[in-house]
Write a protein that binds this ligand. Structure first.
Ligand SMILES: [Zn+2]
Length: 702
């Protein structure tokens, strides 16, 4: 395809069982948004499509755990996720959801078409079944050992360790995720998509056709899949949450979530077309449309093998031109994990860093896991902000604006003769749109973001070298020329930064009072030719971006970026440290049961309710308190190792449980007659075991 007529850009449908975190943003949504914004900015017809993935087993498990309905779960997270995308400036043309009626209809119809074309294989097979829960166990309902890599916590549909896609019956030592029981096998009928039938087409299309233009990580995974041999894949499930199977014998069954989810891209496009009065079909069926799927690496098989096989089998759809999947982002050296709360959640980020969306977008792009897994660290985040956004980009703009206001009341000055340095600098600026475009077109967003920063660097260096603040005293004409050149660079930055730093770009356009050109193509039959004049290409084609006499915003300009202090970063690190501690505590093993004792053994223990009357610290002993305890029998001294958890004042008057017939022993010269019963939390805090109502001291416990 030489010049696509339009772009259909999809971003992986987030699964609605939790909010989204920085890993999602870095892996999928920021790169997809940069691409979509860039395409719009260069005058293209774009449909940027996403939505919530609301079916499947994990949602039903979460609903069960929380005692609510699956609908409650998806409603809650759909709203949270949608809000996060809006907050971070992800410009979807439509953010839909797979529970929408239009999606149920579209997916149902799609299945029906394949069914009518005999594209499925119908098979009665043995599936894992939980007798106690009365339920078939597919996907996440079952865990066990991965037959490929030996990982012990693989799911029934996928091993998260080696990325293998599995059938539940492949698992070694399967266990029900509902009851923990060992499942039995029971017969059930399902529809399978015979991927083996599509192997030749996939080889031809991807392995031969996209060897050069697909990312090596994507191509490599697809190749190993195909070389491994493709097998029929069940596209229906015994479950009550999802889209009902619309054919005879489908009662009580739903479409497999991975069958219906990618069709969500199509339904969301339809919904958008309805809302905007467009025709959805060219976006999915015209060969001059460039279809792109932005995803993370865990979704490669679904977007490169299963969904294309479905589209091919249906017959009327185009196939993706590229699937620029990213690898994973880690956090401070560890895998991001929802269940372990090892993540930076987007709503939390915005609370801690209000109005600093662009800093995160930039840090994630500059360090994007494009070709291998990468690590997000708060130190790097701070460095990207302080050393690049503040010290280079922000500093340059601030100098330009402050000096223009100071010297010329905010009016762009008239240049005189350009020096060689001026000419070289202006020529360099003109080259940037093509340089950045080339990186974006190859899905190298980190490289593109660095080129943008290089332009700011160029401006910063130009000002530092030319020193207009010195020349203003001696050479007015030269100062005017320098400021004119610097203002041209600032203007180019305002436009070229839009895909990467949209909030900053907006502010900068306001500061420079740049015309807010609407580059959106208004009618669907527009071709690239009639919208060639756009702000992006103007930077290369026009000699003057900000003419002499143009007035920029007057007064002290708003700072685009502010320094992030060490203390702020430390607070984030402390948060993560707390998560780590909580995880360790939660994973602490329960001590095994001790040897059995007889009832007689037990009756030997004389345990009573006591009341602490006095307490003081044992001199020179960190852990010990000396207590006077009313046991009902007497008032006695007990030395207790609780001083690190309680002050003496805290325990006076407390009712406690005392083992009174323990042989007395001397602790640091003080005789202790008995023992106060305590337990210890995983965090190491001691807790009293005491009666839940005030009772008389001396009552026996049995
Ligand atoms: Zn595995």
């Amino acid at each position: 395809m030489n010049t696509p007529k339009r772009y259909t850009i999809t971003a992986a449908l987030p699964y609605t069982n939790g909010p989204i975190h920085i890993g999602h943003l870095a892996g999928v949504y920021v790169p997809a948004d940069i691409y979509a914004r860039f395409k719009r900015l260069t005058g293209n017809d774009v449909a940027f499509i996403c939505g919530s993935d609301e079916h499947g087993v994990p949602i039903t498990i979460k609903a069960k755990k929380e005692g609510v309905t699956p609908q409650d779960i998806v409603d809650k997270y759909h709203a949270i996720i949608k809000q996060s995308f809006e907050d971070f400036g992800i410009t979807f043309d439509n953010y839909s959801r797979t529970s929408a009626k239009i999606h149920h209809e579209t997916a149902s119809e799609f299945f029906k078409t394949l069914y009518d074309k005999h594209e499925f294989v119908e098979e009665v097979t043995q599936q894992l079944y939980d007798e106690e829960a009365n339920q078939f166990l597919a996907d996440r309902f079952v865990t066990g050992t991965c037959p490929k890599c030996g990982h012990e916590d693989a799911y029934g549909d996928q091993c998260e360790n080696c990325g293998s896609s599995l059938n539940a019956t492949d698992l070694i030592n399967p266990k029900s995720a509902i009851t923990g029981n060992v499942p039995t096998l029971k017969e059930t009928k399902h529809w399978f998509l015979p991927l083996n039938k599509h192997e030749e087409f996939l080889r031809e299309w991807i392995l031969k056709g996209h060897k050069k233009d697909w990312k090596p990580n994507v191509y490599g995974q697809v190749k190993s899949w195909i070389d491994d041999g493709l097998r029929p894949r069940a596209v229906t499930r015994d479950l009550d949450w999802g889209i009902p199977v619309p054919v005879p014998g489908g009662e009580g069954k739903v479409l497999y979530v991975w069958f219906d989810a990618p069709i969500g891209y199509i339904s969301a496009t339809k919904e958008w077309a309805q809302q905007t009065g467009k025709d959805w079909e060219p976006y999915w069926k015209d060969k001059d449309t460039k279809l792109l799927h932005f995803i993370g690496k865990d979704n490669i098989v679904f977007h490169c093998i299963i969904f294309p096989s479905m589209l091919k089998a249906e017959g009327s759809y185009i196939l993706p031109d590229n699937v620029p999947a990213n690898e994973f982002l880690n956090l401070e050296g560890n895998k991001l994990s929802t269940s372990k709360n090892w993540a930076v959640w987007l709503p939390d980020y915005l609370k801690d860093f209000p109005n600093q969306q662009d800093v995160l977008r930039y840090a994630l792009t500059a360090n994007a896991p494009e070709s291998k897994d990468n690590d997000f660290t708060w130190k790097d985040f701070q460095a990207r902000n302080n050393n690049e956004l503040v010290a280079i980009f922000g500093n340059f703009i601030n100098r330009v604006v402050v000096l223009t206001n100071k010297y010329y009341d905010g009016i762009v000055p008239e240049p005189s003769v350009f020096s060689e340095v001026d000419e070289t600098t202006l020529a360099a600026v003109k080259a940037y749109p093509a340089v950045i475009e080339s990186s974006i077109e190859r899905y190298r967003f980190r490289e593109a973001s660095q080129e943008l920063m290089n332009l700011a660097r160029l401006g910063n260096k130009y000002l530092a070298d030319e020193e207009p603040w010195k020349l203003i005293k001696t050479d007015e004409a030269r100062t005017k020329t320098i400021m004119f050149v610097a203002l041209q660079i600032a203007s180019a930055l305002a436009t070229l930064s839009e895909p990467f730093l949209p909030f900053t770009s907006e502010k900068l356009k306001q500061i420079l009072r740049l015309a807010q050109n609407d580059n959106k193509v208004s009618s669907s039959d527009s071709t690239k030719e009639n919208c060639i004049e756009n702000l992006w290409t103007e930077i290369s084609s026009k000699d003057v971006l900000l003419p002499s006499g143009h007035t920029i915003q007057q007064g002290k300009p708003e700072l685009l970026f502010t320094k992030i202090e060490d203390q702020t970063i430390q607070e984030q690190l402390d948060k993560l440290e707390a998560s780590k501690k909580a995880n360790e505590a939660a994973n602490k093993e329960v001590e095994p049961q001790k040897d059995t004792i007889t009832f007689e053994d037990f009756t030997k223990l004389d345990i009573r309710v006591g009341t602490i009357l006095e307490a003081e610290k044992m001199p020179k002993a960190k852990k010990l308190l000396v207590l006077k305890v009313d046991t009902g029998i007497d008032t006695r001294t007990i030395v207790s190792g609780i001083a690190e958890s309680f002050t003496p004042e805290e325990v006076i008057g407390k009712q406690v449980t005392v083992l009174v017939n323990l042989a007395p022993r001397a602790l640091r010269g003080v005789e202790s007659e008995g023992m106060i019963l305590m337990t210890e939390t995983p965090e190491g805090k001691l807790v009293f075991v005491n009666p839940d109502n005030a009772v008389k001291s001396g009552l026996p416990i049995s």
